[in-house]
Design a protein around this ligand. Structure first.
Ligand code: FES
Length: 109
């Protein structure tokens, strides 16, 4: 199967508030964008892996992690893994920053 990688501009860096999630839609994906205190930007699927999961864009950010707003699961914004004692994986998307423009790289089927 052949997939193409698309590069889609999703936000402007100067408009992204620090540590506050921003919900965006790209293709079929709901994505939460976060600007960390170290200046990096992360993109993660905007859905908690919890069975009754909420949206991660409303979560609290601390360092490289977001805490789910409903059940307080701790999720890595680097690779999407849910931290112990819970388990799970949230899809993450690679980000590119060019000047003030933020792009997401994503596989299109
Ligand atoms: S709603 Fe996010 S971990 Fe539960």
């Amino acid at each position: 199967m052949k997939t193409t990688i698309a590069r889609i501009q999703v936000a402007e860096y100067s408009q992204l508030p620090e540590r506050m999630g921003q919900a965006i839609t790209v293709g079929q994906w709901e994505i939460a964008l976060f600007r960390l205190t170290n200046g990096e930007v992360r993109a993660i699927e905007n859905r908690s892996p919890h069975p009754k999961g909420g949206v991660l864009s409303e979560g609290l950010v601390s360092g490289e992690f977001v805490y789910c707003p409903l059940y307080d699961w701790k999720i890595s914004l680097r690779d999407g893994t849910v931290q112990a004692p819970h388990k799970g994986l949230v899809k993450t998307f690679p980000i590119e920053i060019e000047g003030d423009r933020i792009f997401i790289r994503m596989e299109m089927a």
